[in-house]
Design a protein around this ligand. Sequence first.
Ligand SMILES: NC(=O)c1ccc[n+]([C@@H]2O[C@H](COP(=O)([O-])OP(=O)(O)OC[C@H]3O[C@@H](n4cnc5c(N)ncnc54)[C@H](OP(=O)(O)O)[C@@H]3O)[C@@H](O)[C@H]2O)c1
Length: 306
Amino acid sequence: MNRALRLHAYCSPDALKIDDIAMPSAASGQVVVHVRAAGINSLDWKIRDGFLRNDFPLPLPVTLGVELAGEVIEVGQDVPGFTIGDRVMGPMAGLGAYADFIAITSNTLVKTPASLTDERAAAIPVGALTAWQALFEAGELKRDQTVLIHGAAGGVGSFAVQFARRARARVITTAQGINAGYLRGLGADEVIDYRTSSFWKLTRDVDLVLDLVGGAALANSWQVLADAGRIVSTAAPDIAAQTPPGNRGTWFQMRPDAALLAEIVEMVEQGAVRVEVSEVAGLSDATAAIERNKTGHGPGKAVIVF
Ligand SMILES: NC(=O)c1ccc[n+]([C@@H]2O[C@H](COP(=O)([O-])OP(=O)(O)OC[C@H]3O[C@@H](n4cnc5c(N)ncnc54)[C@H](OP(=O)(O)O)[C@@H]3O)[C@@H](O)[C@H]2O)c1
């Protein structure tokens, strides 16, 4: 039996169902992974609620889920470095992680160290890769610069705060006040409660805004930028259309990078980077857990276990 959490229709409360689907087999360059845990992302409810249906039309039903940890049970041709029984983790190149068994291109995966549980491993790939690439590749953040991270207590932000701190940047964050202690523990210099304060009145000369929220957070961020400052957004695909003349605003999309993921996992193993799992849900509770991700949740990342 291969259970999969599949979307059958857009914008419907009953849109997600657990189906029994065919067992996959490994094509060339792929492995079949017995999934033990998969990270929940806001992409799940954004797809479910139809926000992306015009830009990224999907053939329904479709299995959701963009990152996983599990065990290799079959190895295709031309797969160097992996054997049956390896524990692995990584992002999907597309969708499909919410299933007991999946076929996945091996070059997006890394081996999971023995010290890392599958739950924690599944909470790393998308959040950590997005945070690193958005800060240092798209955002070109440098030592002694000031970064403002919106949505800092979430799955991406929790890593972004730690990476920016390690790069010796000054780290200002926005989050619910209840998460202030958590974020200071990760290395934030300042935490601004977005529910009670107007960050644009409290901060200025920001070299990089990492926008993980969009909407009003993005709209109010142009005024806090330093002269050569910029905004990198993972939440507003239309940021180019919103960018005032003379400003720099960039949409950023994560790309799988096994070498970078391996470096980040090493940092986690050494205790230099923390992984916060806010919730562990079973597959039967996955629909509710995805809804909780939409409506507000604890700090860090929720995962589904299989
Ligand atoms: N482009 C890409 O490749 C890519 C990759 C990953 C993620 N993303 C996107 O990046 C965004 C962040 O992802 P994520 O996984 O970190 O999401 P997440 O775990 O849901 O975190 C979002 C955080 O933002 C907080 N928040 C909500 N409204 C806020 C506001 N007005 N000001 C400040 N913080 C606010 C939330 O706190 P409460 O819930 O407690 O209010 C939550 O902690 C999402 O839009 C996601 O779709 C894009």
